[in-house]
Every structure is written in structure tokens, then in C-alpha cells.
Design a protein around this ligand. Sequence first.
Ligand code: ZN
Length: 241
Amino acid sequence: MLRAILSDIHGNLEALEAVLADLERERPAALACLGDFVGYGASPNECVATLRPRCEAAVIGNHDLAAIGRLKLGGFNSDAAAAARWTDETLTDETRAWLTQLPYSVAWHDTRLVHASPAQPEEWHYVLSPHDASLEFESFAESLCLIGHSHYPGAFEFDGKDIRYSRVPELALEKGRRYIVNVGSVGQPRDGDPRAAYLLWDDRAGMVRHVRVAYDVDRAMQRIRDANLPAFLAERLRWGE
Ligand code: ZN
């Protein structure tokens, strides 16, 4: 069965709508979201309202937690903190209530879903290297764990002995091996490719596919400027950094 996994939407409605249009063509049976629905972008309520009815499963991200006032902003840079305060003021009660009830970690069709790291989902560790990944594989029972947070799509493959990192667009999931796959970011890619990123997972074919979708970056940038959010948050969308 084909399933879609989206993460790090960050209030970017233009990117989200482009991804959902792409999904109309792919027709996945279900969709899950790995958090950071809001923060940075200018359309937090719209993004949550759009995704809520479509998400079969969802977890909370650190920017969601910051926006509902439950994460100290000390670990955020000044632009991220300014965006978190703006988002806090902008969220409707309905959006806030929905974000508040999201779990940190869930099992979903024999996979583990977390925003940042499966070992300590409330600590927001980045899983960037095989060494980072080696600290995570024991913490979940499933053979596949799907994460976001770093905004870098890629996969760690563990054969029981060694961990290999790859950034190929399509990866075959081999029986007996375990995987941590970062699905990338819909609303603020940081790997130098400004197109929105998401993941398709086909459990029957044993395959994951990283998808990129072009969207109206200029319009998303203009919305950020119109909202008086920090200018850099608009600028980085152009470069995907
Ligand atoms: Zn994020």
C-alpha cells in the first residue's frame, strides 16, 4: 500500500498545496505528518486546517511546541524565536488545541513516527550521521522509523552490524535490515534544493521514494514579508537553505 509522509511544513501553504496536488496524482492510501506544522511561515492556521482532516497519524514538532508556549525559546536563533512568538499570537484556539493533543511518538502501520529522534523524542536531537543513528536503532522495535527535523532527506540503513547513510531518491527496504528515513521538509528545504520535499512509502513493494515538488516560492516569500516576519525567513526559501 502506498502511503505519504510529510514533515516540517512550517506554515508554508504554497508548498503544502503543491505537495497535495502532487498527491492527487500519486493517490496514496493514507498520509502521516511528522510535526513542525507551524513556525517560520506565514500561514500556520491554514496549514493545520488543510492537513488535519487528511492526517491518519501525526506527531508534534519542536516548533509546534514553541508556538503553543510549551518550549523555552532559548535554543532558538533570533529569527526562529521571533517567528515562534508571531505564530503564538496568530494561532487560533482551534489550531492550538489540535497541536496540543499531538503525541511525541506513534506506531503507524509497523513503522515508528517521531519528529526528531526515536530514542528521546522530547529532546529534539538531530540524527545527521551514522554515529547519531547508532544511538537510535535500539530505541524502537519497528524495522522502519520515519523522522523529520533536520530538513535533510536521506536514509540510514542498519544491517545489524554497520550503518550506511544514503541520499538516493529511491531506496529498496531489504528484509532483515532496519531503517531510519528522514522525509525532508515540505515548507523549508535546507539541502540546497528549494522544491518541497516529502516521502512515499510502499510497504508491499518494500520501497521508499523521496519526492520533490516545485511550488510558488515567490508567493510564500511575499506572505512572510507581508506578515512582518524576519526577512531571512523569506530569503532562505529561494535558495532552499
Ligand atoms: Zn522543522
